[in-house]
Design a protein around this ligand. Structure first.
Ligand code: AMP
Length: 277
């Protein structure tokens, strides 16, 4: 496994990689959710590159960039075990030199849900992913459905900007109680961690109500809200039932609608989603 820290080094190595090249961008502090992406990339491509980069531009000024968990040595050991060929771990200065001044803005889609709650977040995500795609030049890139809106934004960016690669979506990996795996779960104290299982319960409730014939979004949202509010540490930021392609809110729930939520437990903000039907 080669560890590469500069763009120049990556460019030198790139022509030697056997195509197709599978790429998994991450912010590190790897868990099983990330490793499933790496395994999928490993199974589908003769060359696998993984990036570890905590991208400062996708964090708001009051968000957790400085505290985001980091453990590069452990990450490298995990990636080695998965048979990763290349790990790209640039510094912030390598990606954003002092005179950096170009941004990728994905329109309407990026302004909803997470984009509304975290202004500038998807501008940072789209910009860094575009840069990583230009550096790595992958044939396929792997993203988790855990971040469903991110996946949509990246797909839209690649289509609109004619980026020549395939975006592969990978299902969410969960803890035994249903909590979606996330590097941010390490922030939760024992009480918060226990109550956080309610997020998946609420998403399952939406599934169940929909399958049972309830198609009124308001009615489903009301029951989800009531269930989450039974956990005293849960502070709901949003719950949404939206069209899976446009993210427009739905009045009548239709097949494969995206049910998504953002809920705070103390200082920790968790997101999760399911597609109904
Ligand atoms: P992150 O390190 O949080 O930026 O995540 C890197 C990639 O891993 C993104 O494509 C995420 O959607 C994906 N990912 C994170 N958590 C999970 C999970 N629990 N299941 C599947 N994919 C995940």
């Amino acid at each position: 496994m080669k560890i590469i820290k500069t763009i120049a080094e990556f460019r030198k190595l790139r022509p030697k990689l056997t195509a197709p090249v599978g790429f998994v961008p991450t912010m590190g502090y790897l868990h099983e959710g990330h490793l499933v992406l790496v395994r999928r990339a490993r199974a589908e491509n003769p060359s696998v590159a993984v990036s570890i980069f905590v991208n400062p531009t996708q964090f708001g000024p009051k968000e957790d960039f400085a505290h985001y968990p980091r453990d590069p040595q452990r990450d490298l050991a995990l990636l080695e075990k998965e048979g990763t060929d290349i790990v790209f771990m640039p510094s912030a200065e390598e990606i954003y030199p002092p005179d950096f001044n170009s941004w990728v803005e994905v329109g309407k889609l990026a302004g909803k849900l997470e984009g509304a709650a975290r202004p500038g977040h998807f501008r940072g995500v789209a910009t860094v992913v575009a840069k990583l795609f230009n550096i790595v030049q992958p044939d396929r890139a792997y993203f988790g459905q855990k971040d469903a809106q991110q996946l949509l934004v990246i797909k839209k960016m690649t289509a609109d900007l004619d980026m020549n690669l395939e975006i592969v979506a990978v299902p969410t990996v969960r803890e035994p109680d249903g909590l979606a795996m996330s590097s941010r779960n390490t922030y939760l104290n024992a009480g918060e961690r226990k109550q956080a299982a309610v997020l998946y319960q609420a998403l399952n409730l939406a599934q169940k109500l929909y399958s049972g014939g309830e198609k009124d979004a308001k009615a489903i949202l009301k029951q989800m809200t009531a269930l989450i509010q039974q956990q005293p540490l849960a502070d709901i930021e949003y719950i949404s039932i939206a069209d899976a392609d446009t993210l427009d809110e739905l009045d009548r729930v239709k097949p494969s609608a995206l049910v998504s939520l953002a809920v705070r437990f103390g200082n920790t903000r968790l997101i999760d989603n399911v597609a109904v039907g």
